[in-house]
Ligand binder design. Sequence first.
Ligand code: NAD
Length: 497
Amino acid sequence: MSEKFSNLIDGRWVDAGSGKTLKSLNPANTDEVVGVVPASGKKDIDRAVKAAQDAFEGWRLMPAPKRGEILFRAAELIKNNKEELGRLVTREMGKVLPEGLGDVQEAIDMAYYMAGEGRRLSGETVPSELPDKDCKSVRVPVGVFALITPWNFPTAIPAWKLFPALISGNTVVFKPSSYTPVAATRLVGLLVEAGVPPGVVNLVHGTGDETGEYLATHPGVKGVSFTGSTAVGEKLAKVCGALDKEISCEMGGKNPIIVMDDARLDLAVEGALWGGFGTTGQRCTAASRLIVHEKVYDRFLEIFINAAKKLRLGDGLLKTTDVGPVINDSQLRKVLNYIEIGKKEGARLVLGGNRREDGDLKKGYFIEPTIFSEVAAEMRIAKEEIFGPVVSVIRAADLKDAIGIANGVDYGLSASIYTRDVNCSAEAERDLDAGIVYINAPTIGAEIQLPFGGTKKSGLGRKEAGGRGGALDMFTKWKVVYRDFSGRLQKAQIDKD
Ligand code: NAD
């Protein structure tokens, strides 16, 4: 019997009204059902939105430091359960256990960080041009937020949305990916244990086109925070924009690492391996393009291929595994199809390229770490998001050429350069068109205390995470307050002595 999990509506764990369910499978072994969750319909979502609307007033009026105390308790609970949650992330999503634990650590970091924001949430106080009058700006919550998340960070991405939404005073209806619903349910369970009042956090499981779209466009929802593919994000942005909803979308990427001729090649190779094949290439910030200076191209490629050959495929729970499975059958087929496209486009397949079904791999979705060399910047494999363990190595004549290639795609999430020349790094920092730039580090590794998000088709609307311009701007609106305590009518811009 597989374990059953429920929706959370108004503080109660409930099944879908229809009784329909969905199964969550372990991508390393699809015989293992990680859990069974409700397939929610319109009535379930109506109830969840109503509960969030009803809870809004009480939550909005709770002092933010008190909301912060609840988040602090949630941080402690997640920390105390880190090992179990990390293993669950690995079983449900496939990433290797150290990364599963890292996924949970991001949630812990974000919970502590946003708990602290409860004592800040600062605005501005400025002098008035008139006597006996004060002026300030304050952050106010938006209302009911729909949070829609993908499967590749089953704990971190929900936490990136839940904690800033809650500290800001919003109530939420959260729909996680139907491929990683159990990890999401465990996270929400810990929030309940931490003392979040009924109705403040509601969880509805279901698929994107049925549950997700109805939730995002629901009249009771004031704001939508979405992370997922560009196709879905752009569609939602159009529909929600027309409905006057706040919407922010974090979407796809095609992130480049530039390797200059003066770079430390050992470091660049290590970064390219982690950036390209970490999380089986299934990160929005995965380094799927390596743009290498022609003077070091051949040497870099040789070292990179030799290092990638040593990566071992397998179940992410095993210590011997470096690269886990891809998430599901459709992702498997999509990645294999891109490998065929790469071959047809004339790129040279220099490593991998196959599905592996031998021995212990036969019950999972495993694809070999794959490298294409002699990739031209205009090929589809160099421009489109593949979201799997496939890396394209592109030749560049100089820095200008490399930056041109890096910027010549529709995405702009993260970008990196390996160089020891300070002028080169400064130019790259200035000219790379991406939301995040790394110097001498791969395209992955964002920390939670600064904003996260991309340009072009990688991001629409406000950014995520902390710092100025981060998630608090997504989850609050500015209100400006003028208070006149002069006891007479004073007219700004008109009363002059
Ligand atoms: P997806 O777009 O298929 O699904 C994301 C979420 O949206 C899921 O919960 C899904 O059920 C829901 N959804 C799907 N169709 C919907 C619709 N019509 N209306 C409302 N909701 C809908 O993406 P995915 O396959 O889960 O995730 C992979 C994608 O996410 C990649 O493109 C990756 O780059 C992107 N991603 C981006 C970031 C970022 O921060 N930029 C982070 C992680 C993943």
